[in-house]
Write a protein that binds this ligand. Structure first.
Ligand code: SAM
Length: 236
């Protein structure tokens, strides 16, 4: 697709033949599996490339991914944004955590199809995984798109980040109010200031906001709380 290469050029990314082939295969695998399970409502080729692949890669405009060694995608679903980022930055060790086993099964198949190395797929709730020493306070960067509102998302993501690492939240329009509401949660979880980045998708021109938050210290023992408590009483 001609537009795809232009979109990427506009955000200073370029792909080699292997990476182009991996995106093509990602599209085909997504569409084939989507016929038997609900992975995405977006199925047209241009739409998938714009609203899933390009949208995920906008994260690369806001963080130095060349220096990210370990990335955890919380609630990665069909792999967004973690897998497009892994394709573009193959040196990254990617962990995707998702509570839905059928999505993890899709990702296992996808990782094999794309011959991706150093990808760890974890079928767990983020609240439980963050209590596991293998994942807690461990990652250079945690990322999430379309999983929860910011006050809840802070508690699902920040516990995975190592001291001086970062958390990125990829959001549509509703972001700003949510960020204000999340300030107490971010403080409680030892997050720092919030940097906001704004984008428009190239053809559809819908808004995207990406929030980047640094982690200043280890996660306090009390967090994350149990899923029902987080849901009932989001920090804030
Ligand atoms: N991030 C993907 C995207 O942008 O296309 C998927 C978004 S989908 C709407 C939300 C995903 O988050 C689902 O796959 C769901 O299983 C997962 N999820 C929601 N809450 C979660 C939690 N507490 N722990 C782990 N996964 C969770």
């Amino acid at each position: 697709m001609k537009e795809w290469e232009k979109w990427l050029k506009d955000i200073d990314l370029s792909l080699n033949d292997r990476q182009k082939e991996q995106f093509q295969r990602y599209y085909e695998t997504l569409i084939t599996w989507n016929e038997k399970m609900n992975l995405t409502g977006i199925t047209g080729k241009k739409e998938v490339y714009e609203k899933h692949f390009y949208d995920s890669l906008l994260a690369a405009c806001c963080y130095p991914f060349e220096h990210v060694h370990s990335l955890v995608d919380i609630g990665g679903g069909a792999g967004f944004p973690g897998v497009p980022l892994k394709i573009c930055f193959p040196h990254i060790q990617l962990t995707v955590i998702d509570a839905t086993n059928k999505r993890i099964q899709f990702l296992e198949h996808l990782v094999e199809q794309l011959s991706l190395e150093n990808v760890n797929l974890v079928h767990m709730r983020a609240e439980d995984a963050a209590r596991d020493e293998r994942y807690r306070d461990s990652y250079d960067l945690a990322i999430a798109r379309a999983v929860a509102k910011m006050p809840v998302l802070a508690e699902l993501c920040l516990p995975f980040v190592r001291k001086n690492g970062g958390w990125m939240a990829l959001k549509g329009r509703a972001g700003d109010e949510e960020v204000e509401m999340a300030a107490p949660a971010i403080r409680a979880l030892n997050g720092g200031d919030v940097d906001e980045h704004y984008f428009e998708l190239p053809t559809e021109a819908s808004d995207r906001h990406i929030y980047v938050i640094g982690k200043q210290n280890k996660t306090p023992h009390a967090y994350p709380r149990k899923p029902a408590t987080i849901k009932k009483k989001p920090l804030g």
